[in-house]
Design a binder for this molecule. Structure first.
Ligand code: PLP
Length: 397
């Protein structure tokens, strides 16, 4: 007899992150020795810079391997504060910062601490699915507003404000955005901050890619929002993308004391402190030389430009130039049809036929698109572009 074991209701509507599914499939093929071009990964292909890794070795050698304060060492929290002071001229206290297991946990704590049943929380599409899923896990209702390719997926104040109802409790935005690379520009940020402040809404900003903005464009959301609605602002950041430290698992929340205290209470019953060795490494990442960040940024920008150039030979693959992060989000709808109805079908067949890993836009609430990560070498990008174009043309031949 099959035992009936119902899971809790909160889990019924949650699916594994689509980007993680892609990683599993790519890993399976690679293990079989297939020449896979992996443009699916949401992580830097660079190694963690040597001086950062060295700090971790020293931490182990000196026995820094015990529990630390739940919210992270004072040294790490001071390093996070230092970075925001240097980069955005904002000032926070040690009790306004908590180190978390990646930006993901900071965002989860924000959702759990701020939102609950009956609350509407506005977020944007195309977008990273975790943001809305976490709102659902908190029991609140994610309200998705759509950015579109014809405006470069621009995030605007009006877009968010048009969805405000009496039940709206907050806004969660991700800039630069995964998967479009769009950013919230200063005038829009100023207007949104003013209006959200007036309406008494929480604004959670996911700045996990904020060190990866191209063409020297200003991107100063902590200062802009902090100037008018600091007590309702929750900044979530991460060492993962800027310092090529995805596996180390360190992010942070910077917010008012009561929000950080709530996150600290949650974390004390979940995961406790971030890995002690990681904390030592992240102190060096944040306070040490920042050249590696600029070098990686320059490499991503060169790859972005090159990939756009390679793909431009097939104009039916319509691309918007990303302003940040390391993803391209082409519209592949010209190649869809009865045999290949969705972008996810496109991505799956592309993997089967040409061994190129991408992610279908449906996972980002954006049908008709696929996401390509250009955190890959120029050689692999050239090969991936060649195979992608060959595959796309074969679908309409
Ligand atoms: N926010 C966005 C938009 C992301 O794409 C990711 C990771 O892919 C994160 C946050 C969280 O990254 P981490 O938990 O590694 O800091």
């Amino acid at each position: 007899m099959i035992e009936h074991r119902p899971l809790a209701s909160r889990i019924r509507h949650i699916a594994i992150s689509p980007t993680m599914q892609v990683a599993i499939e790519a890993g399976r093929l690679k293990a079989q020795g297939v020449d896979v071009v992996d443009l699916g990964a949401g992580e830097p292909d660079f190694p963690t810079p040597a001086h950062i890794a060295e700090a971790a070795r020293e931490a182990i050698a000196s026995g820094f391997t015990k529990y630390t304060a739940n919210m992270g060492t004072a040294e790490l929290r001071a390093a996070i504060i230092h970075r925001y002071r240097e980069d955005h001229q904002v000032e926070y206290g040690l009790d306004e910062v908590i180190a978390t297991a990646g930006g993901k946990q900071a965002l989860f704590h924000a959702a759990m601490a701020l939102f609950g049943p009956g609350d509407e929380v506005i977020t944007h599409t195309p977008g990273w699915p975790t943001l809305a899923e976490q709102v659902t896990l908190a029991g609140a209702i994610p309200v998705r507003v759509a950015t579109t390719a014809d405006t470069g997926f621009a995030l605007t104040a009006d877009l968010f404000l048009s969805a405000v109802t009496p039940r709206t409790r907050g806004i969660i935005l991700n800039s630069p955005t995964n998967p479009t690379g769009a950013i919230l520009e200063a005038p829009e940020a100023e207007r949104l901050a003013t209006e959200a402040g007036r309406l008494g809404l929480w604004v959670v900003i996911d700045l996990c890619y904020d060190r990866l903005v191209y063409d020297h464009q200003p991107h100063d959301l902590p200062r802009i929002f902090g100037a008018v609605m600091r007590d309702r602002l929750v900044i979530c950041g991460s060492a993962s993308k800027a310092y090529a430290m995805t596996g180390w698992r360190c992010g942070w929340m910077v917010a008012s004391r009561d929000v950080v205290a709530a996150a600290n209470a949650l974390q004390s019953h979940e995961t406790s402190n971030v890995n002690s060795v990681t904390q030592k490494a992240v102190v060096v990442a944040l306070t040490g030389p920042q050249e590696s960040v600029s070098e990686m940024l320059a490499a991503y920008q060169a790859r972005r430009d090159q990939l756009l150039a390679w793909l431009s030979v097939e104009p039916r693959l319509r691309c918007v130039t990303p302003k940040g992060a390391f993803y391209l989000f082409p519209d592949v709808s010209a190649f869809l049809g009865s045999g290949l109805p969705t972008a996810t079908d496109f991505a799956q067949k592309l993997l089967r036929d040409e061994f190129v890993v991408t992610t279908g836009g449906e996972g980002f609430d954006a049908p008709g698109h696929i996401r390509l990560s250009y955190a890959a070498s120029l050689d692999r990008l050239r090969e991936g572009a060649t195979r992608l174009i060959r595959f796309a043309r074969a679908q309409v031949a």
